[in-house]
Design a protein around this ligand. Structure first.
Ligand code: GAP
Length: 457
């Protein structure tokens, strides 16, 4: 268990629902197992996670380009990739209550729900099927993609020809994936529809092991940079018998979730498997011409793959805290500022017209620079609490004194410290603080007043 054992999944699910992060899908109809909706705060967090990943993997590197390929693909793709034959999980059913279970996750050979006897194991393909066109017949069957990877493999030559990229280089993609999981659970950890973020890093055969280690390291550090505590993460190197059908080596980055260690991200060494399979099945060459050695060969691939939901669950679990505050308990998400759905909340002390107008002007100055929320409901203490539960790093409070001295209070989420700064300095000071610089950017002649430490008012 994380040292933060105050957190239970029940608390997290209820907080996420109460504060508009995540709702059950089709909630008014009782939900749909394994499907979730992101609310107003959840979508901001999700976009931040996806954009941070995209910036790190694609935009800040010269050796990775992005694509966005279709969800439905020619079914021959899934024959060639081996998914029709191999993308299966062992299923058992309880003879008594008829609940179905993934056999390799059961600790005992009886139903975890009622203790009933289980059927023999059979393999169940977890790809969703649907039909293209107006006829529902076998010839029209297509699959909802269970991974985004194949869209990148089948576009390998398109990307090489249009970008002139030389090895080693990667193709990255984010997008929905679908798996008809036998069992779902642990909130958004295992769902039937989820967003994948993955990339295929093509390398010269023989260099795959060093690139595998490089990417394991890079991906591990990504979580640390975004504030996840080091001792809540570990690397699990997979045994040969636990590898997916396409992999020659693999490792999972695991996180210590409230229920125990679980896979956060998988890094697989896929060799030349996928490109070779597609070359054989399509009759099109998947070879690469190496200008340096003048050789033709099929590159090997290293693939880091991460579900957005698992990243979100990790960031939320790791940031959650309950802290004593006077006679109460303060619940707070200490999210990294880059992840926080709202960066700054503007809170006028009263709704009185002159104060509201002043606070609105401050809000209008700040909102082009970062995601800002204006909140004039309830007492100031309750508003601070609300922003703590959303993970908002800074609140800006406008009071009647502000009308006279043009100063406002910045309240920090983590320390609860308050400082009073000139309104003219707010934007640059907050920009600096959000970028991790603990400096004050003051206009000429401006001064800062340290207010009382801590406190929720
Ligand atoms: N292309 C490789 C691939 O898809 P995977 O290990 O099957 O590999 C990659 O999945 C990642 O996708 C996992 O590490 C996990 O983060 C996420 N993931 C897999 N199945 C999921 C599910 N049912 N719900 C949510 N996330 C899932």
């Amino acid at each position: 268990m994380p040292e933060n054992s105050k957190l239970t999944m029940d608390k997290l699910v209820s907080l996420c629902q109460r504060r508009g992060f995540i709702f059950p899908s089709s909630d008014i109809y009782g939900g749909l197992s394994g499907c979730w909706d992101y609310g107003p705060m959840g979508i901001e967090l999700k976009r931040n996670v996806m954009e941070l990943w995209w910036r790190t993997i694609v935009q800040q590197r010269d050796d990775v380009v992005g694509v966005d390929t279709s969800i439905l693909m020619n079914p021959k793709v899934w024959e060639a990739s081996g998914h029709i034959t191999n993308f299966k999980d062992p299923l058992v059913e309880c003879k008594n209550c008829h609940l179905r279970w993934k056999a390799d996750e059961l600790k005992e050979n009886k139903c975890p729900s009622c203790g009933g006897e289980l059927t023999e194991e059979r393999m169940f393909n977890t790809m969703f099927k649907t039909f293209v066109g107006p006829v529902e017949e076998d010839a029209a069957v297509v699959y909802l993609r269970p991974e985004t990877a194949q869209g990148m493999f089948v576009n390998f030559q398109n990307v090489v020809n249009t970008t002139r990229k030389r090895l080693p280089f990667g193709i990255a993609q984010q997008g929905p994936a679908f798996r008809n999981e036998i069992t779902t659970g642990n909130f958004i950890f295992r769902s039937r529809e989820f967003q994948l973020m993955e990339f295929e890093y093509f390398v010269k055969p023989g260099t795959q092991d060093q690139w595998f280690e490089y990417w394991v390291n890079e991906r591990f550090n990504w979580y640390l940079k975004l504030g996840v505590k080091k001792d809540h993460l570990k690397l699990h190197r997979k045994k040969k018998e636990d590898l997916a059908h396409y992999a020659i080596a693999g490792a999972d980055i695991e996180y210590n979730f409230p229920w125990g260690w679980g896979e956060l991200e998988g890094i697989a060494s896929r060799g030349a498997y996928d490109l070779t399979q597609h070359a054989n099945a399509s009759g099109k060459s998947m070879e690469y011409f190496d200008d340096e050695t003048k050789e033709h060969y099929i590159p090997y691939v290293v693939e880091p793959a991460l579900g957005v939901g698992r990243a979100i669950l990790t960031f939320l679990c790791d940031a959650y805290d309950e802290e004593p505050d006077k006679d109460e308990i303060r619940v707070v998400f200490h999210l990294h500022p880059d992840l926080a759905p709202i960066k700054v909340a503007v809170l006028p002390l009263s709704r009185k017209e002159n104060l509201a107008k002043y606070a609105r002007d401050v809000y209008d100055t700040l909102r082009p620079c970062f995601t800002t929320q204006y909140d004039d409901t309830q007492s100031i203490g309750r508003r601070y609490r609300r922003q703590d539960e959303l993970g908002t790093p800074y609140c800006v409070t406008i009071d009647f004194q502000s009308l006279e001295d043009n100063m406002a209070t910045i309240r920090e989420r983590d320390s609860m410290n308050q400082i009073r700064v000139p309104v003219a300095a707010l934007k640059n000071t907050l920009l600096a603080k959000l970028a991790g610089e603990d400096i004050m950017v003051l206009p000429e002649g401006g001064k800062v007043v340290e207010k009382k430490q801590g406190g929720n008012d």
